[in-house]
Design a protein around this ligand. Structure first.
Ligand code: PLP
Length: 409
């Protein structure tokens, strides 16, 4: 008889976003005709920019003509796009990475989860707390953890790295051993960024513990503070101990188009096989389970990396960053405590008077008709905070800020 995967069965039900949606629906039923002002979405809202849109249209034209039609491409991605990404890292971050280290994918989420599959099940994961939920869930589904412990509100077998306001929501490496260390900067949900010194501590840890860092840089274009690294490879020695995962979602607006990449250098080391094995296994994994990203999306990605495309992407990023500063100003005017929102689209707001994340969520919805995301949904250390997102049309962000100013003063 077929048996369901024990590892997938060990997953706790995805509670956060369905519960946010359920509470909003219940509120709307009670308040018909009233709009909910959403500061809760992690999804982009502005149009694809002109030259990137044109490049994708052009690709559709090529596909629509028999003489220029192309079918399957390389599983690793188009050579031109891998080369363009390699040049982008060199030009913008001063980092040299061979084009062959870049694997094009349909986005950072799948890579962040799938990367688990090339590591031994005995590998111990370490995750930031709070964190983007994919790292924990894919560790559980990949069989790298024990079962969920209700009393501890945590999975056994995961090294949690809690963060707090005192440390600016940037963790130090754990005191225990871990093999796969997930890091995300600029961070979702806290909006924190890490300095070179803070990242170096993790690279040193990885060398000491023979661990591999999985660095999620999906929001790197939101960094504008000088001196803050955009890529883990800006840290000396990272090439033999770090994988980086990037995305076109939050800078080019490709959340629906779907395009990302992973950097898996040949220099990566592991305990039980020669150097180069991790790179080889990821190549093997992609060739077996993935058939390449859409050629239309890749044409858009290639244009996004030209000078013109970069200007357009950065203006899109500036739009969301301006939204973030409008929200941040509002929160400051209200005298509330918040973090992030400078090098990130997310603002991490402390709940007033020791309210729980969910109580404050309900309070904001009731009082100002504003929806946010409860911090506790991202991990235990997120309790007492909510995440405010700056994704949205400017007019909607302004409306939500006005409601906050009026109702919370
Ligand atoms: N990584 C982080 C930290 C995210 O917040 C998100 C999306 O919200 C993703 C990855 C997903 O990126 P993609 O759209 O490329 O799958």
């Amino acid at each position: 008889m077929a048996r369901a995967s024990e590892e997938f069965l060990a997953l706790q039900s995805g509670y956060l976003f369905p519960e946010v949606a359920r509470r909003i629906r219940a509120w709307q039923e009670k308040n018909p005709g009233e709009a909910v002002l959403k500061l809760s979405i992690g999804n982009t809202t502005e149009a694809i920019t002109p030259s990137i849109s044109r490049a994708m249209h052009r690709e559709i034209e090529l596909l629509s003509d028999r003489s220029t039609y192309t079918g399957y491409g390389d599983e690793q991605g188009n050579t031109a796009l891998r080369e363009a990404l390699s040049q982008h890292y060199e030009k913008e971050y001063g980092v040299h990475l061979a084009p062959s280290a870049f694997f094009i994918s349909d986005g950072a989420k799948s890579d962040a989860a799938n990367i688990q599959s090339i590591f031994s099940r005995s590998s111990i994961p370490a995750v930031q707390d709070p964190a983007y939920p994919v790292y924990v869930d894919s560790s559980v589904a990949g069989g790298h953890t024990g079962l969920y412990d209700e009393a501890k509100a945590a999975y056994n077998g995961i090294v949690y790295m809690p963060s707090d306001a005192a440390s600016g929501f940037v963790q130090s490496p754990p005191s225990e051993h871990a093999d796969l260390v997930y890091l995300c900067f600029p961070n979702n949900p806290t909006g924190a960024v890490a300095t070179e010194e803070q990242l170096k501590a993790f690279v040193d840890y990885a060398h000491r513990e023979n661990a591999i860092i999985i660095f999620d840089s999906a929001y790197s274009d939101y960094i504008s503070t000088p001196g803050i690294p955009h890529s883990i490879y800006e840290i000396e020695g990272a090439e033999d101990c770090a994988i980086e995962i990037g995305s076109f979602s939050k800078n080019a607006g490709f959340t629906g188009v779907r395009l990302g990449w992973s950097i898996v250098p040949e220099a990566l080391k592991c305990d039980n096989a020669p150097d180069g094995t991790i790179h080889r296994l990821w190549n093997r994994r992609q060739c077996t389970f993935f058939n390449g990203a859409s050629n239309i999306a890749q044409a858009g990605g290639l244009q996004a990396l030209t000078d013109e495309g970069r200007r357009e992407c950065m203006s899109l990023v500036s739009y969301y960053k301006e939204n973030a500063s409008i929200v941040k100003r509002t929160i400051d005017e209200l005298g509330m405590e918040s973090y992030g929102g400078i090098d990130s689209p997310y603002i991490w707001l402390r709940t007033p008077d020791g309210m729980t994340s969910w109580d404050f969520f309900d309070y904001l919805l009731e009082k100002a008709h504003v929806a946010v995301t409860p911090g506790s949904g991202f991990g235990k250390s997120g309790e007492g905070y909510v995440r405010i997102s700056s994704y949205g049309h400017r007019e909607d962000i302004e409306k939500a800020c006005e409601a906050l100013r009026e109702k919370l003063r």
